[in-house]
Design a protein around this ligand. Sequence first.
Ligand SMILES: [Zn+2]
Ligand SMILES: [Zn+2]
Length: 198
Amino acid sequence: MPSIPLSKGDKMLYDKITKNITRFYSETELCSNVYLLESEGKTLLIDSGSGALDFDFAPDRCILTHAHFDHSLGVKDAWESVLLHNADIEYCKAVPAYLARFFHLPGQSRQLPEGKMEFGSFELEVVHTPGHTNGSVCIFETRSGILFSGDTLFADGAIGRTDIGGNESQIMESLEKISKLKWPILCPGHGPIEKSTE
Ligand SMILES: [Zn+2]
Ligand SMILES: [Zn+2]
């Protein structure tokens, strides 16, 4: 098991969502939430942050919800398994110059398959949800009912912006798609976690 880094003032805060899922976040830097999933001695990160959060272990796997730098720049060279949707890998190879500074593709990135994937005791369903970026994904942990929504959907129904390599009609279709998943807990790419009261 990795040693959970201590909270470093307001730079690296964390809270437990379940026994084996932790959120790390910063309130001072432009940096995504990072979710640590731990099972059977293995670790998986959903997003890596911008580098403002400094992890003292290499996760066994890292899944990026998309290739914006505030989610992907925290990936370190030593991390062997880094996965993101092929549409964002391709986009990064031909990113328009005026948007290039918003994207970062870690060199070791490999294609993230859609559909179900087992990781220890977790069952993760990768759902392609283009709109915020072409290769944005949401990840549904079917056993706990947690939806990791990246920058597609935030608490209070806020919707991700579509002006940094995105598409507005696509994000509306993607929101329709994930509305069919019944998620008691929403874990977005930024801001607070939302628990459904239904
Ligand atoms: Zn973001
Ligand atoms: Zn983003």
